[in-house]
Write a protein that binds this ligand. Sequence first.
Ligand SMILES: [Zn+2]
Length: 433
Amino acid sequence: MRRHIRARWLEMLILLPAVALLGQTQSPVTAIQCGKFFDGRTLALQENVTVLIRGNRISAVGKSVPIPADAKVIDLRQATVMPGLIDCHTHMFLQGIDYDQLLLKKSLQYRAIWATVSARKTLLAGFTTIRDLETEGAWYGDVALRDAINDGLVIGPRMQCATRALSVTGGYSPYGYSPDLTIPKGAQIADGVDGVRKAVREQLANGADLIKIYVDHRRRGMTNPDMLTAWPTFSLDEVRAIVEEAAKVEAKVAAHVYASATAQTAIQAGVASLEHGIYLDDVTFKMMAEKNVYWVPTLMAYLQFMDDPKVSPERRRLMTGTTERHRETFQRALKLPVKIAFGTDLDGQELGWMVKYGMAPLVALRSATSVAAELMGWQDRVGTLEADKLADVVAVKGDPTQDISEMTRVVFVMKDGVVYKDAFHGPSDHHDP
Ligand SMILES: [Zn+2]
């Protein structure tokens, strides 16, 4: 038996370098012929570009790139080709039912299964990378999902995970239950500089790629009937401690915020992005531009309630006031140098609304490609179609500069060199295990 094991080891030692060598020389080559082409950065569509892919990386992009004889050719000359889309604000574990029901009646196991379905839908809708901004009470489920995708168990986008997110005592839903009961909260509650340091260390130890915090939050019984209002949570010292702990492992901090005053606390403390920012003023946008803080407006997070028949008249009134202010803030920001990164808070029509509110289509697409990649710190691997980037490619049939709704009908999805969807040419490379 012993001898047998030793013999197997020897065999493996001899074989391993040979396999590695074979792997290098035999990476399959794919050539994508593009009709219209957006590189993720340049604000003009190009034509007749070829994208050459070796294995999981792009090896060349251009109009006169020679196609090797052994290359698999994917003909997308009838389509507009662009980098895989990036959503900087998702919740794979927030599953479109009443929030309290989700937290109190669905098991973590059920929610995890549901999240795998959301991840699959997200990828097939053209999002090859996401920044998932907390599990809403599902603990470290996002880390498990990220790892299962990376291991090839289920299909989905490549993920950065914020895990549990942080707020203060009284600063997170669900609200309104008897104080005699212990009700699970949608975020991790931490107070004081020592408390938040420990919580950040805990989240990072359990696999968080970034930290999400609520610097303000709605509280029960404090709601303006015409407008969503939020109240400050963490002190400047607490946010500083959070940013400092995260920075030790080069993790960024994303801050949920509505109001300018709390946004300024977050900016001063050194967060990387502000999420939502419904009421941000020009002074705040100026501070953001100076400190390279990105804005992820998530228009759909509020607009989604406008044509939902289940929404009560009171809530509709609240959302009408809120979405009007959000629109005004967005249109003001378009004239300022602040960087806007794409985030949906759910799947949907975000790009359409950005364009409807006056953002040029290619600027909107840039916010969902190269700008989003910069915010995530992944600009060296995703967000543009150029040599050495990972082969994340999507395509739509029509021209999104003419009709942005084309982006809701993605017909081709490649992630990491693997085709997951190809409406032009039938079955994809990928087969579910
Ligand atoms: Zn969110």
